[in-house]
Each structure stands twice: as C-alpha cells, then as structure tokens.
Design a binder for this molecule. Sequence first.
Ligand SMILES: [Zn+2]
Length: 158
Amino acid sequence: MEINCICEYGKNIPEEQKTCPHCGVDLTPLHNLKALPRFYYEEGIKLARQRLWSIAIDKFKIAISLDPRLIEAYLALGNVYLQNGYCDHAIAEYEKALKFEPDNEDIKEAKMRAEKLGTSREPKAQLKETATKPPESKKQKKFGFVEKLSKSASKSRK
Ligand SMILES: [Zn+2]
C-alpha cells in the first residue's frame, strides 16, 4: 500500500521504502497505520470463518472506523448480520458501502438477497424476540452471538 509523507513532498511511497526520499523521516509507523484497517478486516474474516460472529463483527467495525471507505468490510459485516438473520442490519451496511460505490455489483446483489430474505422471514419480529429472550437450545448454535449480545446488553444495564 502506498502512503504520502507528512512532509507533503513525498507522495505515493511504496511499502518497501522505509524512509521518505524527500525529508528522510522513518515511514514505518505511517505504513503500519495504513495497513491497520485491512489487518482488522482480515482478522474479522478469519473469525467469521470460525463462526465467531460477535468478535468478527467487532473487528469489521474497527476496520470501518479506521477506514470508512473499506468497502469489503461493510460487505463482510453485512454478510455476518445476514447469516445470523439480521436482514435489516445487513441492508444498512450494504447501503453504507453503496454510498461510496453505487455501481458495485457484489454489494447490490448482496443487498437484493438480504431484502428477499427480509420479506420472507419477517426479521423485525424475530429480532425483537431473540434480543429479549434467550434462544431455545435448538436455536442456540445458530444464534449464539445474539445470546452474547443480549448478555452484554444486560450487563451494561446494571
Ligand atoms: Zn517526507
């Protein structure tokens, strides 16, 4: 990934270049900073593969807060929400990404899929139910992260 030096003369400096050719400053911290959002995004992907939904969501959110234009992170976050039945949340994330890239076919497709699922499953009622009541044992596996969310919510209320 390329960076611009804080001296404003060194521009588009590649990762291999550790010092600025103009002012000679050590660029390692800037390179690390630039790589951070993607690092969190990739962590999130790994966690989502292990179905550790709530931690994956946290990582994607950090990635987005560090780089609000990291389209992949919105898509991944939306997909995790969708996988857990949160169609509305998923659509909201896809819409944020579409603001930056309105013609991104992957995101448009994902949003359409979420909307279809949303209308067939009536997620709003389902969401309220799972958020206030602990899920039954059968659902526990699928909605494990919902349970965690509601637990942490009740903790913070105290
Ligand atoms: Zn410089």
